[in-house]
Design a protein around this ligand. Structure first.
Ligand code: BES
Ligand code: MN
Ligand code: ZN
Length: 485
């Protein structure tokens, strides 16, 4: 969606939108519209919409109102995003190609107005490339938004926000693509295309290189697949000489469970088991596009988990790059095996000051937290607080869960250094304990389990049904608030 800025309303515009604070209709509303709004109980509540037709200089225009709630709400920015999102949700297939956002009567700051646009743009995203038989009235028609009478500085504010939108959209694209299209090599290729000319440095490890490094844990997961595994690192040096912040993502491009195969119904969801890697790729894209003044590296462990004559078996023992051995008791607990080597390599290669990993790691986190909060596990109170605050600010919310020695014991193995599953209870925690065994020297580390938040069965705040892009805004905000001078 194209967003542009104008002094005055373009000729012939038919769809004119206003953002309405609670109880404040714009002056252009005529008596009929006012009565209609009242009858429809439109009050400007957050996300509420109402429209009607007005005559203006001999032309009839459709006047759309989007509620932004109370002006001095603590959730002002989120509410403004919802107002923008409500507009695109309603008009993206209305037949109109252009929406004029008339801010001439509003007193929004540049930053606030940019949030309206962010909501508008994020909610308009849909991936229709495989839907070749959509009827005309099902297609997205909305192509551009023209902002009229916006505040000073809105273009700069939007330049920053649009970098964020690009990142979120890239993540959604990667997550939405089916597993016959996005597999480890094509994931890498798509990133290479997208980061071309941005100044980011991409490093790719193939299977021979990973073999050389001793990544038996990651390679074991991919060994049943005819697709080769990969590690992708995206590096951005926008800061001084300080050690980078590392983001590490689980990129299982399809998770059948392997020999411990999953039941058929719902297995198609496992195309988005690369949501952690997707969030890292999109987060890096946002940072790079807005030229963040920080040193950051994103590392993605990319594999496909398939059952096969060559697949690993329950009971197998593998040796990770760290030298620690792992007894595989369930080949469906594969994400932690991928992350084990990705985390170890990240620390050896980039000496990060802190590490945050993202993974659709456990079904158990959905039992614990549903789809509202992602699970946060960490060895560091400062990093936890920074993540919780950043998440609250941008809507990618995380809730801290406990970890500790008593849980760690649950993954001891009688034959190897550890086993890849715990017992019946605390499935998300034992998964986190497993990851922690691959963190060196108490490096500040946080693990974010996004199994409940990467994908949505119903439209939400700024997304439709499907990939949410969770994690991108969290990454962007964490870096902005804690790593940029
Ligand atoms: N990718 C799944 C976790 C998952 C489940 C993500 C539902 C998104 C939605 C992960 O690899 C997995 O299979 N975990 C197992 C672990 C178990 C075998 C210890 C699980 O959660 O059942
Ligand atoms: Mn699995
Ligand atoms: Zn998985």
């Amino acid at each position: 969606m194209h967003i542009q800025f104008n002094q005055s309303r373009p000729q012939g515009a038919r769809l004119i939108a206003h953002v309405v604070d609670k109880g404040k209709l714009p002056s252009a509303t005529n008596a009929a519209m006012r009565a209609g709004a009242e009858a429809a109980r439109f009050r400007g509540n957050t996300g509420q919409t109402f429209d009607g037709f007005v005559e203006d200089g001999g032309e009839v225009a459709r006047l759309a109102l989007a509620g932004a709630g109370e002006k001095n709400s603590d959730a002002r920015l989120a509410n403004l995003e919802k107002a923008g999102a409500a507009l695109t949700a309603k008009y993206q297939s209305s037949g109109d190609k252009e929406l004029v956002l008339d801010l001439s009567e509003s007193d929004l700051s540049a930053d606030e107005a940019a949030h309206v646009l962010l909501g508008l743009r994020l909610r308009n995203w849909r991936y229709d490339i495989y839907r070749t038989k959509l009827k005309d009235d099902q297609k997205i028609t909305l192509e551009s938004v023209t902002v009229v009478g916006g505040p000073d500085g809105i273009e700069d504010a939007w330049a920053e926000a649009s970098a964020l939108a690009e990142g979120v959209e890239f993540t959604r694209e990667l997550v939405t693509e089916p597993a016959n299209i996005i597999y480890p090599e094509s994931f890498v290729a798509r990133c290479q295309e997208r980061f071309e000319g941005t100044g980011a440095e991409l490093v790719v490890l193939d299977e021979a290189q990973m073999e050389e490094l001793g990544m038996g844990s990651l390679l074991g997961v991919g060994q049943g697949s005819s697709r080769d595994s990969r590690i992708l690192a995206i590096r951005w040096n926008g800061g001084g000489s300080e050690a980078p912040t590392a983001f590490v993502g689980k990129g299982v491009t399809f998770d059948t469970g392997g020999i411990s195969i999953k039941p058929g119904p719902g297995m198609e969801d496992m195309k988005w088991d690369m949501g952690g890697a997707g969030a890292v790729a999109g987060g890096m894209l946002s940072l790079v596009k807005r030229k963040a003044k920080a040193n950051v590296v994103g590392v993605m462990g990319l594999v496909e988990n398939m059952p096969d004559g060559n697949a690993q078996r329950p009971g197998d023992v593998v040796t990770s790059m760290s030298g620690q051995t792992i007894e595989i008791l369930n080949t469906d607990a594969e994400g932690r095996l991928v992350l084990a080597d990705a985390l170890h390599w990240t620390q050896k290669e980039f000496k990060p000051a802190r590490i945050v990993d993202f993974a659709t790691l456990t079904g158990a986190i959905i039992i614990s937290l549903g789809n509202e909060y992602a699970g946060l596990f960490s060895n560091d109170d400062t990093l936890s607080k920074e993540l919780a605050d950043a998440g609250e600010a941008v809507g990618d919310k995380v809730w801290r869960m406990p970890i500790g020695k008593a849980y760690d014991k649950l993954i001891d193995s009688p034959i190897a250094d550890m086993k890849n599953i715990g017992g019946k209870g605390a499935g998300s925690i034992t998964a986190a304990q497993f990851l922690q065994r691959f963190i060196l020297d108490d490096t500040p580390w946080a693990h974010i389990d996004i199994a409940g938040t990467a994908w949505s069965e119903k439209p939400g705040r700024t997304w439709g049904k499907g990939a949410t892009g969770f994690g991108v805004r969290l990454i962007d905000r964490l870096v902005a608030d804690t790593a940029e001078g």
